[in-house]
Ligand binder design. Structure first.
Ligand SMILES: Nc1ncnc2c1ncn2[C@@H]1O[C@H](COP(=O)(O)OP(=O)(O)OP(=O)(O)O)[C@@H](O)[C@H]1O
Length: 359
């Protein structure tokens, strides 16, 4: 069942077009992440769904009801049954955690609202700290209070605007998982904005990649990783490149050699392309590669850098720098690797950055 139906949403701020006819549908119970660089229009789309802005073109329906149609119907935010979590927590400083969470339920009366709020705080792991004021809570704890407050009124849709970006790395993962668990447990849908592809891929049922006010691709996380439709999407979700490549008569020519064109390139016409790959397509030379076609390559080691539990090599592979887990040992400053041909992507030669966005 479709909960949110966005049909050709268009939004301008003076001369700037923040959203170019974006359409998407969010299913009931689904977590949909909008991923994109700064200025790509993510917040604008969220604010439109929230009712904090109005459409200049297109329409939005929530639960089958039109909530915004350019120049027509409009439902104010408080009637949309939404919960919201922002980057800056937005808690009332003079209220305890419990009273912050109970506030949206004031109509139930003090006893009932506080009882529900206490239960919700327990669900986000803050039962013990209910009587504390925000200034006596850490950033992560404050965001848990904000999450409890957003969910306590049983919204049909939770809107999250980069809720983790003020938190440390470890805490981000912990809270990301908590948000996923609590949202799914309550059967709520969520529209979640981030510019961190790891966060989006870990949390979402589907991820929409945005750039320059356009929705470039909306896919399940695995499809986004393995079937990026544009070079921009590949790069923004962590692929490396571009390397020049040519397809000719069933053979793929890359800077490091020639192989039979792998199956995922079937149907692509002969010509010049930009080649991209993920670090997972690169294996140390002695690693098991199965039966797939591969290229042996040599990468020049530029340095080693600490990366949490495991160090990484910084390497140059035919003019592109990338980082690899420091498992293999270099010899004479070179790492012997294999590139799995089944895992490379080809895009039209010109689409190296965001030029493909406007296509
Ligand atoms: N109130 C406003 N007035 C004028 N321009 C705006 C306004 N809000 C957003 N914009 C512009 O609209 C475009 C999209 O902005 P938006 O905040 O939606 O992007 P974003 O992807 O959420 O970026 P970020 O990740 O930095 O928050 C940008 O060019 C921005 O400068």
């Amino acid at each position: 069942m479709t909960l949110l139906h966005i049909d050709s949403a268009h939004k301008r701020y003076g001369a700037i077009t923040a959203l170019h006819h974006v359409s998407l549908q969010l299913q009931a119970g689904e977590i949909l992440c909008l991923l994109g660089p700064s200025g790509s229009g993510k917040t604008t789309l969220l604010r439109l769904v929230a009712g904090l802005e109005r459409l200049d073109g297109g329409a939005m329906r929530l639960g089958g009801r039109v909530v915004d149609a350019a120049g027509g119907a409009w439902l104010p935010p408080e009637q949309r049954q939404l919960g919201m979590v922002f980057q800056d927590y937005a808690l009332w400083p003079h209220l305890t955690a419990l009273d912050n969470v109970a506030l949206p339920l004031h109509r139930l009366g003090r006893g009932a609202s506080r009882e529900r709020a206490r239960h919700m705080l327990g669900q986000v792991g803050l039962g013990e700290l209910a009587e504390r004021h925000p200034h006596a809570l850490s950033g992560g704890q404050q965001q848990r209070v904000a999450l409890a407050r957003a969910l306590v009124g049983k919204p049909r849709l939770l809107l999250c605007d980069e809720p983790l970006s003020n938190l440390d790395a470890g805490l981000r993962e912990e809270l990301r998982d908590l948000i996923g668990e609590v949202v799914r447990e309550h059967g709520i849908s969520a529209l979640y904005i981030t510019h961190d592809h790891h966060e989006a891929l870990a949390l979402a049922d589907r991820v929409g990649v945005m750039a320059q006010g356009r929705l470039l691709q909306l896919s399940a996380p695995m499809d986004l990783l393995h079937k990026p439709q544009t070079a921009f999407v590949a790069r923004f979700t962590g692929a490396h490149g571009p390397w020049p490549a040519t397809l000719r008569a069933g053979r793929l020519h890359a800077p490091w050699g020639v192989v039979d064109a792998p199956p995922q390139l079937a149907g692509q016409v002969d010509g010049g392309y930009a080649l991209y790959l993920r670090a997972s397509a690169l294996r140390a030379d002695d690693a098991e590669n199965g039966a797939q076609a591969y290229w042996p390559v040599r990468a020049r080691v530029l340095g080693r850098r600490p990366a949490g539990e495991r160090d990484e090599w910084r390497v140059d592979l035919h003019g592109v720098q990338l980082r690899l887990p420091a498992t293999a040992r270099p010899a004479d400053g070179m790492l012997d690797l294999r590139i799995g041909a089944a895992q490379v992507f080809l895009f039209p030669e010109t689409s190296t950055t965001t030029e493909d966005v406007a296509a």
